[in-house]
Design a protein around this ligand. Structure first.
Ligand code: URP
Ligand code: ZN
Ligand code: ZN
Length: 498
C-alpha cells in the first residue's frame, strides 16, 4: 500500500460500497473533500502521487450521522464533560463524521442569542461537521418570529419541544399545537421529547415521600406507559396541524409501538422515530444496582427499560422501518456531577455516552446478530438522518459529488468497549466490557484521513457548520402528495416487528 501523496487526494480500491439502497464492488476517488468517482477500476485513471488505500475485504460506508447529541450542554450547576472537541473526537473514533446537536435556550432567552452561543462554542472545537436543532424551551410571539429567522437565515430546519421537564422546558398541548403549526408554516421538521411531565412530577413526589430516593426511582417515576401516552398524543397533535414530527429517543417497546401505529395510521407520512444506541446496547436493570455511581451513570430520560427484551425489540423496529434512525443522545456527566442527585433521584443530571460506540453497537446488535443487512445499517446510522434533515445526498451516501465522509468498516474485527480506552472526556461507559464486531479501520472526514488502523488524528476546528435547508423532500413530498412514503425504502411492517 502506498502511503505517499497529497492528503487532499485519496484513492480507495477494492472495497465493497454499501449505500442504503444497494451494495456493489467499486473504487472511490476523492479530491478536495468531495467524492469525484465511484466505479470500476478500469474506468478511472488515477493521477500520480495520490494516497492509495486497499480496502479488500472491507466495506466502504457513508460516515455515520448522529442526529442527537448534547456537547458542552449547561444543565443546572453542571456542564456536560464532552465538549465539542472531546465529543466530536469520540464521534470520529467510532466512525461518525457528523453530529447534530441541540441548542437549548434558557427560559426567556432569545433563540438567536442561544444559537450564536452554541456556534461560538462549537465552531472552534469541532473535529467533524455538525448541524444544529433548536429547542423550543418556552413559547411566545418572539420565539415564533425567531424561528423564522433561524430557518431563513441561519440554517436551522428542526425544532424540538418538550412534553416533560415540568417547570423547566415542558409545554402544554395548546403550546405544542402552536409550535407544530409554526413549524409546518415554515416547511421545517418538528421534534418532540415525549413523556408526560405531569405524571412524572406527581410520581416523583410520591416516591420521594415513600423514601425511594435512589436512581431506581428515576425509572419508577416514568414507566413505559408514561412515554407511550406522550408519543401517542404528540403524533395526533402534529397530524391535526399537518406537521411532520420526529420523535426523539424512543426508549421503550410501548413507545416504539405507538410510533409504528402512527406511521401505519398515516400511511408512512408525518411520523419518524429515533431510538438510541443506549436502548439497543444496554437496559434498565442497572438502576437496581446498589452502587449509586453505577446506577446513576445510566440515568437519562426517557429511561432505559428493565425489560431485557427491549433492545432486540427496538432493533427489530429499526429493521422493519417502524423506526428510522439511531442517535446517541450523548450527554455525559462525571461521577461528582451525578452525585448532585445523592439522596434525591430527581436531581441526578440526565445523560449518558454513546457517540463513539453507536455505530459498533448497532452493527453488533443489528447486523452481526442477523436482524438486518448492511444496507439497512447504513440507512439507520446515516442516510435516513441525512434525508429527514435535508442534507442528502451531500451527506449519507457514497456517490459522485457527495462529501467524502467515508468509513472503511471491518465487519469481522472486534473491540472491547471500555472507559479506559474510549475517547470521551467522561469517566464511565454504559457499554463497559462489551465486545462488539464492526470496527472503523479508516475514517475520512471531508476527505481527510482521521482514523488509520486504529490511530486517531483529528484537528480541532476542522469541522464545519452544515446548514439544514427547509422542506426536506423525503419528509414533505409524501405530505404534499408528490410521492408515497416508503417507495423504494422497504415497507413499514408493524406486524413483523410485534
Ligand atoms: N436525554 C437525556 O436524558 N438528556 C438530554 C436531554 C434530552 O434529550 O432530553
Ligand atoms: Zn429529550
Ligand atoms: Zn437529548
Amino acid at each position: 500500500m502506498s502511503t505517499q501523496g497529497a492528503e487532499n487526494r485519496v484513492y480507495i480500491k477494492n472495497g465493497q460500497i454499501v449505500n442504503h439502497d444497494k451494495t456493489f464492488k467499486a473504487d472511490v476517488y476523492i479530491e478536495d473533500a468531495i467524492i469525484k468517482f465511484v466505479g470500476p477500476a478500469a474506468d478511472i485513471t488515477v493521477p500520480g502521487g495520490v494516497r492509495t488505500i486497499d480496502a479488500s475485504g472491507k466495506l466502504i460506508i457513508p460516515g455515520g450521522i448522529d442526529p442527537h447529541t448534547h456537547m458542552q450542554l449547561p444543565c443546572g450547576d453542571a456542564v456536560t464533560v464532552d465538549d465539542f472537541y472531546h465529543g466530536t473526537k469520540a464521534a470520529v473514533a467510532g466512525g461518525t463524521t457528523m453530529i447534530i446537536d441541540f441548542v437549548l435556550p434558557n427560559k426567556n432567552e432569545s433563540l438567536i442569542e442561544a444559537y450564536d452561543k452554541w456556534r461560538s462554542w462549537a465552531d472552534p472545537k469541532v473535529c467533524c461537521d455538525y448541524a444544529l436543532h433548536m429547542g423550543i424551551t418556552w413559547w411566545s410571539k418572539s420565539v415564533s418570529d425567531e424561528m423564522g429567522i433561524l430557518c431563513k437565515e441561519l440554517g436551522i430546519n428542526s425544532f424540538k419541544s418538550y412534553m416533560a421537564y415540568k417547570g423547566l422546558y415542558q409545554l402544554v398541548d395548546s403550546e405544542l399545537l402552536d409550535v407544530f403549526e409554526r413549524v409546518r408554516s415554515l416547511n421545517a421538521v418538528a421534534m418532540v421529547h415525549a413523556e408526560n411531565g405531569d405524571i412524572i412530577a406527581k410520581n416523583a413526589e410520591r416516591l420521594l415521600a415513600k423514601g425511594i430516593t435512589g436512581p431506581e426511582g428515576h425509572e419508577l417515576s416514568r414507566q413505559e406507559e408514561v412515554e407511550a401516552e406522550a408519543v401517542h398524543r404528540a403524533c395526533i397533535l402534529a397530524h391535526q396541524v399537518d406537521c411532520p414530527l420526529y420523535v426523539v429517543h424512543v426508549m421503550s417497546k410501548s413507545a416504539g409501538i405507538e410510533v409504528a401505529r402512527a406511521r401505519e395510521r398515516y400511511r408512512g407520512k408525518y411520523i419518524y422515530g429515533e431510538t438510541l444506541a443506549a436502548a439497543l446496547g444496554t437496559d434498565g436493570t442497572h438502576y437496581r444496582c446498589q452502587h449509586f455511581g453505577h446506577a446513576a451513570a445510566h440515568v437519562l430520560s426517557p429511561p432505559l427499560r428493565p425489560d431485557k427484551t427491549t433492545p432486540e425489540f427496538m432493533i427489530k423496529l429499526l429493521a422493519s422501518n417502524d423506526l428510522q434512525t439511531t442517535g446517541s443522545d450523548n450527554c455525559t456527566f462525571n461521577k461528582e456531577q451525578k452525585e448532585l442527585g445523592l439522596g434525591d433521584f430527581t436531581k441526578i443530571p440526565n445523560g449518558i455516552n454513546g457517540v463513539e460506540d453507536r455505530m459498533s453497537i448497532v452493527w453488533e446488535r443489528g447486523v452481526h446478530s442477523g436482524l438486518m443487512d448492511p444496507c439497512r445499517f447504513v440507512a439507520i446510522t446515516s442516510t435516513n438522518a441525512a434525508k429527514i434533515f435535508n442534507i442528502y445526498p451531500k451527506k449519507g451516501r457514497i456517490a459522485n459529488g457527495s462529501d467524502a465522509d467515508i468509513v472503511i468498516w471491518d465487519p469481522q474485527a472486534t473491540r472491547t468497549i471500555s472507559k479506559d480506552t474510549h475517547h470521551h472526556a467522561c469517566d464511565f461507559n454504559i457499554f463497559e466490557g462489551q465486545t462488539v464486531h464492526g470496527v472503523p479501520e479508516y475514517v475520512l472526514v471531508r476527505g481527510r484521513i482521521c482514523v488509520e488502523n486504529g490511530e486517531l488524528r483529528v484537528t480541532k476546528g476542522f469541522g464545519r457548520f452544515i446548514p439544514t435547508p427547509l422542506r426536506p423532500p423525503f419528509v414533505y413530498d409524501s405530505i404534499d402528495g408528490k410521492q408515497e412514503q416508503g417507495e423504494g425504502e422497504g415497507q413499514d411492517n408493524l406486524a413483523a416487528a410485534i
